[in-house]
Design a protein around this ligand. Sequence first.
Ligand SMILES: *Cc1c(COP(=O)(O)O)cnc(C)c1O
Length: 455
Amino acid sequence: MTTETRFNLTQADLPKFWYNINADSPVKPAPVLHPGTKEPVTPDFLSVLFPMDLILQEISTERYIEIPEEVREIYKLWRPTPLIRAARLEKELGTPAHIYFKYEGASPVGSHKSNTAIPQAFYNKIAGTHAMTTETGAGQWGTALAMACNYFDLDLEVYMVKVSYGQKPYRRIFMETFGAQVFASPTDRTQYGRSLLAENPENPGSLGIAISEAVEVAALSEGKKKYGLGSVLHHVLLHQSVIGEESLKQMDMAGEYPDVVIGCVGGGSNFAGIAFPFLRENLKNGQRTRLLAVEPTATPSLTKGVYTFDYGDTAQMAPIVKMHTLGHTFMPPGIHAGGLRYHGMAPTLSALYDAGLVEAVAVKQKATFEAAVQFTKAEGFIPAPESAHAIRAAIDEALDAKAKGEKRVILFNLSGHGHFDMVSYERYLHEGLEDYEYPAEAVQDAMKDLPQVSL
Ligand SMILES: *Cc1c(COP(=O)(O)O)cnc(C)c1O
């Protein structure tokens, strides 16, 4: 044990390989199905949307995949990220537990999303793509891809959920600063968007709708434009493994090993990023770390969703995958953690949860902000509302350890900073934030729209 509280690696420690859990996972991912035929997709279908290198990573079972030098060079702008012991928070809680966090808010755009944005833009560039399309909710992913496309000289169209476009002008301006074009979705640029606007010109949009628009533009571009997704897909989870690989080394510097590793889950990528390298140690090296995914009670796809085949988007244009889902027609309540408002969950993570190798818990919005404020006052960093879900669970673990008089080592991922989320904090501090209960009826309705799949 040391009295140090910051564990910094040098650039020489930057991982040279991404870790692929599918090499070691005892559960095989289900096939990905074509949204029209509902038969397993061919690489041809996927190649309309993605460059071949990413498709091969999507289905790879190779344990380690080399990170291209061009990608590592850009990672060096902010990686390795710090791992910090939250000693002041421990003291404030009066817990014998030790709390560590990995700070992904250190990236230039403020979240873990750039870990996958950079390689996605890189593989598109070397495949001859001219432009990318994507969607963004709260704007974190759009900003990360805007930075990446700027570095690799690719044009970028971002379909931003209309309510966020109105509420988060600073994220939009950040994207535009990198040279991206940002549209409030639903737009009149796509068939799907026009059909929705004809029904209701005031449609506030949703992540599922924005995905459909970005996919439609890429699919109809005759190969000029490709689509990028910021979570859910296996190659995205793979790229995020740098978080866990660095954390393993940093916990070693701290002279400790985590009993529990925690991350918030929207589509599952930052959690997978920190947790899967620790899962490898469980599966291969006899460690027994608990891996805890944290979701909002308003969109509880792991704890309340059904593990079944469903579309990745609202318009049924994206592939059908087997995942924990609340139904692709489910409209999530307007919680402040926009990045966690998704009906599904990464298939890779869903399979591991179903097999009992990963745990999950759902937490309420107010208790989450309470944890965020407590953390900010103790440690100084203000977290994104998404990341605050992980903090809620970490504090609960620390209090449980206190009640039981246990020394527990807790590690959580602080997936992003909250500098663009002040309006959400304002609501919490001054306007009385609402708690959303589990929207059971809306989910039951959405379950009626699941695709009928004969597998
Ligand atoms: C997007 C986002 C999330 C949720 O996405 P995952 O793929 O589940 O990681 C969490 N935290 C932040 C800061 C985000 O931007």
